[in-house]
Design a protein around this ligand. Sequence first.
Ligand code: PMT
Length: 403
Amino acid sequence: MINGKNIILGVCGGIAAFKAAALTSKLVQAGANVKVIMTKSSKEFVTPLTFQALSRQPVYDDTFVEPDPSKIAHIDIADWADVVLVAPTTANIMAKLATGIADDMLTTTLLATTAPVYLAPAMNVNMYDKASVQRNVRTLRQDGYQIIDGVEGYLACGWTGKGRMAEPDDLLALLEHHFTNKEGRLKDKTVVITAGPTQERIDPVRYFTNHSSGKMGYAVAEAAREEGANVILISGPTHISPPTGVKIVDVVSAKEMFDAAMRYYHEADIVIKSAAVADYRPKETFDQKRKKQPGAWSIEMERTTDILKTMGEQKEAQILVGFAAESEQVEDYARKKLHSKNLDLIVANNITQAGAGFKGDTNIITIITKDDTKKEYPVLAKKEAATCIISDIVSYMERHHRL
Ligand code: PMT
């Protein structure tokens, strides 16, 4: 699938730049047209001649070198690309991109392109964990950049940890996947997925939340992306990395999740609500930490808005998929939610059953549809369960001539 595709490979100044040379060779052997852009510091590690020889194309390293007067080089190459991969990506380039700085050939091209951009960070583990770097990673994810998480392993600086750039074979596979995706059964469909818990603030140190880890929702996002969908993943606070190739929208409270979900609702073909949204929030919140006092403390709670129910009431042509986390009468309660929230499908899980529900890597799901089909699945890894959910949505849409 990569054959004939136009790929910009951006190379920044890090020791992993040597891997970019191997990647260039692999991409060219797979039939891709590769143009390499080097930053000034990357040339301290590998020479432009290496990339020129491997890509059989001139290497771009200076915004002000304009050999063809009929074109502006960084705009021309930005428009030419089907996809851009920056590998390795340094903390410096991420900081520039997160703030919109464009002061060399790579950053001007990245600002000018409308092609999807993948960033493969590589750096010392402590640099990667630094609050400013993580803040930029979050901003870039929200801006639509795809971050390919570094992998654990030995780092050139002598440390061991997360910070190694993904291997050239894995980056090649990712780009192959990027182009294969476009042929999936949900090609051209926009799927909005909610995942994780919400946090309902009491004061600057306390909040109400639940046990959702986000694993189920993130797996559904990955499965939808693998079927070629444009995925918008609205996520409450989690400690896991979102899948690559999806647009991530971070939220904290049920109110923020409501606002984000309704913002994207009208462009969605499918909505899958796997998030565990708080049903109640504290009626009163405090700007300062509430000091402990003798005796009990009662907190009055008020209802949050039911996002899924609101979507059901405002449904246009969207396929609406809800989850039901139940601890008893699972099927009965799930069916009630299916009808009262005007859903097309509901995924029920019994959160008291071993191997199902919150936090773990597996789930046991039953999928019930509006046209009264019911499928009970055995214990499955959340990724496999997610694939079943997406397949059942596709079958439902095919039955109703919606695909
Ligand atoms: O994240 P994990 O650790 O992997 O755990 C997965 C999971 C248990 C969270 C997931 O499988 C699951 O069951 N998600 C739904 C949890 C839930 O809130 O269920 P519910 O039965 O309370 O809500 C029913 C539906 O209404 C859900 O789709 C929920 O997203 C939605 N809802 C609920 C309340 C609210 N205010 N707005 C909503 O949209």
